[in-house]
Design a binder for this molecule. Structure first.
Ligand code: AMP
Length: 278
């Protein structure tokens, strides 16, 4: 595995790979890597010749400075994990490398995709996501990019960004990996105590229960019941929404194919998100 810090060097390596007729798969991450990330690497390896993973905690997508400061960082362990899973190129850029002076932001109108759920509670978050992912796409020029459905709204936003900016990148959504307990794997779980990990399981239980209730109840009934059930825990709920998978708008009255329950909550100081197709 090659570990690279410079965008110019990545461009050179990619150009040579392309000249040799190889396809490029890209997995963007913020590091503190776990098995969920490795599943993306493995899928990229199955589908493309050269796998590039980036590790970059992107400041522009954090609306809360404390959250940015406390975001876990384990670069040595990340590099070792990537290498062990057959990643070809690990890109660890600096902030200056990703945001050179005078660089411009892409113009993407995300509309209501970016104002609901995460967008409502983390204003500006998706502008930061679009800014960084479009920059990575320009540098890496992947044929396919692999994103986890754990960040369900992010997948919808990235697909819309690709459509509007005309990137020739196929977005490959990948299923959420969970701990045997059901807790969705997340870098933020590192900040949870064992007791909090037990408490956080209530998120998974709420989603599983909603999935069961969806068989015989309306979206509004499932939502009301899920919120009441969730609130039996000590966690603080930010939102529980049942949305259309394409528009991300709350379901109004009837079920649609792919209806998905999305949840965000604080377990102590740690903000967790999860979702489940109902
Ligand atoms: P992050 O480092 O949290 O920004 O995540 C980088 C990529 O890994 C994103 O596409 C995430 O959706 C994906 N990811 C994070 N957690 C999981 C998980 N538990 N299962 C599958 N993919 C995940």
């Amino acid at each position: 595995m090659r570990k690279v810090e410079s965008a110019a060097r990545i461009r050179e390596i990619i150009a040579a790979a392309r000249d040799a007729g190889q396809t490029i798969g890209f997995v963007p991450t913020m590091g503190a890597l776990h098995r969920g990330h490795m599943a993306l690497i493995e899928r990229a390896k199955q589908q493309t010749d050269i796998v590039v993973a980036s590790v970059f905690v992107n400041p522009t997508q954090f609306n809360n400075p404390k959250d940015l400061e406390l975001y876990p960082r384990t670069p040595e362990k990340d590099a070792a994990l990537l290498e062990a899973h057959g990643c070809d190129i690990a890109f660890f850029p600096s902030v200056a490398e990703m945001y050179p002076e005078g660089s411009k932001n892409p113009t993407v109108s995300l509309g209501s995709l970016a104002t609901v759920m995460e967008g409502q509670f983390r204003p500006g978050h998706f502008d930061g996501v679009v800014q960084i992912v479009s920059r990575f796409f320009e540098i890496v020029q992947p044929d396919k990019a692999f994103f986890g459905l754990k960040d369900f709204q992010q997948v919808a936003v990235i697909k819309e960004m690709v459509r509007q900016l005309g990137f020739g990148v196929e977005i490959v959504p990948c299923p959420t990996l969970r701990e045997p307990s059901g807790l969705a794997m997340s870098s933020r779980n590192m900040r949870l105590s064992d007791e909090q990990k037990q408490e956080a399981l209530h998120i998974y239980r709420t989603l599983s229960r909603a999935s069961e209730e969806a068989k015989s109840h309306s979206p509004a009934e499932v939502k009301a019941s899920a919120i009441a059930y969730f609130n039996q825990s000590d966690m603080k709920l930010e939102y529980f929404s049942i949305v259309d998978p394409t528009t991300l708008q709350d379901l109004n009255g009837t079920w649609v194919e792919g209806a998905t329950a999305c949840i965000a909550a604080f377990c102590g100081e740690v903000r967790l998100i999860d979702n489940m197709q109902l």
